[in-house]
Design a protein around this ligand. Structure first.
Ligand SMILES: Nc1ncnc2c1ncn2[C@@H]1O[C@H](COP(=O)(O)OP(=O)(O)OP(=O)(O)O)[C@@H](O)[C@H]1O
Ligand SMILES: [Mg+2]
Length: 347
């Protein structure tokens, strides 16, 4: 009876709990956590902690808590929002001399809500900031044309061209943001079909040929002609597009961007390698964040919004894949996307 009462209290609580047996396997997961991690609370019973929270630091802390019989606290990353929560780990033994028989892991929902609020505030501030600079330019040019028009026709045209360029930049920004929010909210969840990766890459390279020729950057498709996977081809085309267009954008004339691909166990990998300017090690961990750009001044000139890689990351997450980057400043960058070859039972 006491157990039932306790469980009811835990289920009514807003906080998130996992109860482990002494051997570290799952005995119970609170409904709030199961919902958040999109797992079925019943079917994970008896499995390892990684079935709910695949974080190696958490597992280490739990092992320590069991071995030493002492409480631990560790910060756990909850995808997809990159929110980090403090997890408190409490081992339970009948007496200090006896073996640990259970472990309680608790995380605060309040802390999660606070973090999400902070992220939202930062997001609104970033968006406003990004929209403000093109808007200021448009207003400046338009007011000049209206109140103090230059005599020179060519000068007038230059101002108008600048207005169009800045307006296009705002349009891209808004479209990219809508795209991102559709993927994030699950509205644009992937429509999986069998697809040929070589052909997807081929279509992207055709679209980007003009841009590459202009930048004098050579493009090559080295994906094997028969490499296939189950994916949303429209979304994966967007991933390849964003990675290759970055490759072109950040590679000086005379360089190259190569797309390769291979099958590996139950995965298909795609790699976009360029011979460009590279990314400093300190920036590497942040480039998938929205609006993050290594060189803010340069991107203002090129109209880059800093959303391309955030979109890549979200699409790859929605495919249950992984994206990683390696780079050496001055020598080039290499982005690798790993995707499940088969998206069994998903739609
Ligand atoms: N291949 C690359 N070589 C060097 N730097 C890169 C490369 N790809 C991305 N970066 C760096 O990462 C940043 C983020 O890239 P991301 O594609 O998200 O934004 P962006 O290219 O600035 O803008 P856009 O939204 O137009 O793609 C870039 O501003 C650039 O500094
Ligand atoms: Mg980009």
């Amino acid at each position: 009876m006491d157990a039932l009462i306790l469980r009811t209290i835990l289920e009514l609580s807003d906080d998130m709990f996992i109860l482990l047996a002494g051997d570290g396997t799952i005995r119970w997961v609170s409904p709030q956590l199961a919902r958040m991690r999109r797992v079925d609370a019943r079917s994970v019973v008896g499995r390892d902690l990684s079935a709910v929270l695949p974080d190696p630091h958490l597992q280490e802390a739990v092992d320590q808590a069991i071995a030493a019989g002492k409480s631990q606290q560790v910060s756990v990353k909850l995808n997809p929002d990159e929110v980090e929560l403090a997890a408190r780990i409490v081992p339970i033994a009948p007496s200090p001399d006896e073996d640990v028989q259970a472990v309680v892991i608790a995380m605060s929902q309040l802390e999660l809500v606070k973090q999400l609020q902070t992220m939202r505030r930062e997001f609104v501030a970033n968006v406003s900031h990004e929209l403000r600079s093109p808007l200021t330019s448009i207003l400046g040019y338009a007011e000049t044309l209206l109140y103090d028009p230059p005599e020179d026709e060519e000068q007038k045209t230059r101002f108008l061209v600048a207005v169009v360029r800045e307006a296009q930049r705002m349009q891209r920004l808004v479209e990219d943001m809508l795209n991102l929010s559709r993927i994030e909210s699950g509205q644009a969840s992937p429509q999986f079909v069998g697809a040929n990766l070589h052909n997807i890459v081929g279509r992207v390279l055709t679209q980007l040929k003009g841009q590459a020729d202009q930048a004098r950057v050579k493009l090559s498709n080295e994906v094997p002609p028969e490499l296939r996977l189950e994916c949303d081809p429209v979304q994966i085309e967007q991933v390849v597009y964003n990675l290759v267009s970055n490759g072109i954008q950040y590679t000086p004339a005379g360089g190259s961007v190569t797309v390769s691909g291979w099958a590996e166990a139950d995965k298909v990998a795609l790699r976009v390698t360029d011979t460009g300017i590279g990314i400093p090690p300190a920036d590497l961990p942040r480039i998938f964040e929205r609006f993050y750009r290594v060189d803010k001044a340069r991107s203002r000139a090129t109209g880059a919004t800093g959303l391309g890689l955030a979109i890549v990351k979200h699409i790859v997450d929605a495919h249950r894949g992984k994206v990683s980057v390696e780079s050496e400043p001055g020598h080039g960058s290499s982005f690798t996307v790993e995707l499940p070859a088969v998206q069994r039972g998903r739609s």
